[in-house]
Design a protein around this ligand. Structure first.
Ligand code: COA
Length: 179
């Protein structure tokens, strides 16, 4: 008997807006407004990728901007009560796959220098630090690290994507989630 719960990586539409905002407030300290999320959903250069259950509960999400050859990851968050189960990894995997499918060549993002969990997560996908923006975050005055992942358009990266998918799916299954 299969007791795992089905979960899905899918592009998010506006019926998820209130859940996007709730996760934003819980995880990102009120980063983007409802209107900002609506703009992301409407903008064809953006991708809002959600991890959902069968009955449309949003477990976490990530956003991407396509800028020429670049995929810029703007947001990543997993509901606090669901963190530590590889959902963050599944979402970053999904964003990188979207970037590959859009034939983008590299991915970039900014992350708080103190956010060791997120930094370790991005490094596991081959992101490297390429710079630092001093005092980037207004409220805390904290520095941002700029991370970069090159070679997204290469055959080698597509092979890695398949490999990561197997690893992440296997880890999720152990936790009772079937991606
Ligand atoms: C960052 C975030 C999305 C990670 O989501 P998650 O589902 O908890 O992450 P995962 O379970 O997929 O873990 C991925 C990796 O993160 C790291 N990690 C996760 N939890 C960790 C912890 N408690 N301590 C240290 N590293 C941890 C590990 O490297 C882990 O990989 P591993 O399991 O192979 O060791 C989530 O913590 C979050 O929403 N944080 C608040 C918002 C935020 O910081 N977003 C990032 C902005 S750039």
């Amino acid at each position: 008997m299969n007791l795992s719960h089905r979960i899905y990586l899918r592009e998010i539409d506006q019926k998820f807006l209130s859940q996007l905002r709730a996760i934003d407030c819980a995880c990102l300290g009120d980063f983007w407004s409802l209107e900002a999320y609506q703009r992301e959903i409407d903008n064809s250069s953006s991708c809002v990728l959600g991890l959902t259950t069968e009955n449309h509960q949003l477990l976490g999400f990530g956003c991407l901007w396509s800028i020429l050859e670049e995929a810029h990851i703007t947001v990543l968050a997993v509901r606090p009560e669901y963190q530590g189960q590889s959902f963050g990894k599944a979402i970053v995997w999904g964003l990188l796959k979207k970037a590959r499918d859009r034939k983008l060549e590299w991915a970039t993002l900014e992350v708080r220098a103190s956010n060791h969990v997120a930094i370790a997560l991005y490094e596991s996908f081959g992101f490297k630090e390429i710079g630092r923006r001093p005092k980037y975050y207004e409220v805390t005055g904290e520095d941002a690290l700029m991370l970069w992942r090159k070679g997204i358009h290469t055959e080698e990266f597509s092979i890695l994507l398949e490999h990561w998918h197997e690893l992440i799916s296997a880890r999720l299954l152990v936790k009772g989630w079937n991606l």
